[in-house]
Design a protein around this ligand. Structure first.
Ligand code: NCD
Length: 291
């Protein structure tokens, strides 16, 4: 009964579609009362606004009680380890642990050692399953299907768990995914295309933040140069196909990968993605604790 959600690559397409269907039902107003009074602990060892607080809202909408964790005020400051911190929270007896941590596949060390179900809120540069699911829900609402759509993921691809998760799952769903951006952030296996070509031919242009906190070396380009070459602005927006949309997992940096005037332009689905995050996370929680 109930399932962790750690990576999308271990879910088959029918499981992914069934999470999206449940998320869509929550979006359309379905109410579920079976989890009222259960306890969730949200353990974000890395900063987060959207993922952390939309999980919180999703939990509240399902009637769960929520314990939040503040790393700066915890015994991490006394050198307690990640594992021991999670094990401590699990010993409080919650039903659900939502975890984000800087280490790729941090969950492998927890499996078999915790009783609560685990939902992955992001591991290092590896996986971000609920972000991908909300991206997929947003795309399905827009186009009604996945097969044959062209997606360009643009920016700091190599440090992005969003890019890695989406590239894999979108391909499996029949979308044609390419990546673009500064050479220093490209990965050979991820179907590179020159920026202008990627923007011109795609149905979905997904922009990424430059994730400086993950970089070993300073970015070679200046912020101004990045914006001039790879930042979506009004002029580059005009290259896009009819009906094509802009997405971004956020946080976005205005004036770097996206110009001010593009953030809320008619092609942008950025805040729609945020809204869908609540419903996708409700579906992930229901799957973890009920289905
Ligand atoms: C992303 C993340 O943390 O992986 N944001 C998110 O969860 N919506 C992307 C980022 O930090 O740039």
């Amino acid at each position: 009964m109930g399932k962790n959600l750690l990576e999308l690559k271990s879910l088959d397409v029918s499981e992914i579609v069934s999470i999206l269907d449940q998320a869509q039902a929550f979006h359309d107003g379905e109410v579920f009362r079976g989890l009222e009074g259960r306890i969730a602990a949200n353990l974000f060892f890395e900063p987060s606004t959207r993922t952390q607080y939309s999980f919180n809202v999703a939990e509240v909408k399902l009637g769960l009680r929520v314990v939040s964790f503040n790393p700066a005020g915890s015994s991490l400051q006394k050198n307690e380890s990640f594992y021991d911190t999670v094990k401590t929270f699990d010993s409080f007896g919650p039903d659900l642990l939502v975890i984000r941590h800087v280490e790729n596949e941090y969950y492998n060390q927890l499996l078999g050692h915790v009783n609560a179900k685990i939902l992955n809120g992001g591991d290092g540069t590896g996986n971000h399953p609920t972000q991908s699911l909300l991206d997929l829900l947003t795309i399905r609402q827009e186009f009604g299907h996945f097969e044959g759509l062209k997606v360009a993921i643009i920016g700091d691809v190599s440090h992005s768990r969003v890019a890695h998760t989406n590239f894999e799952v979108m391909g499996r769903l029949g979308m044609e995914v390419c990546t673009s951006g500064p050479e220093e952030y490209m990965e050979t296996a991820l179907n590179y295309k020159p920026f202008e070509e990627a923007v011109r031919e795609s149905d979905v242009v997904m922009l990424l933040r430059v994730q400086h906190e993950r970089h070993k070396e300073k970015m070679h380009l200046s912020v101004e140069e990045y914006h001039r070459r790879y930042g979506m602005d009004k002029q580059k927006l005009s290259w896009m196909k009819d009906g094509a949309i802009i997405m971004h997992p956020a946080p976005f940096n205005r004036g770097v990968e996206i110009a001010d005037e593009v953030v809320e332009c008619s092609r942008s689905r950025i805040f729609k993605q945020v809204n869908n995050g609540v419903f996708v996370r409700m579906a992930a929680i229901k799957r973890a604790l009920w289905d």
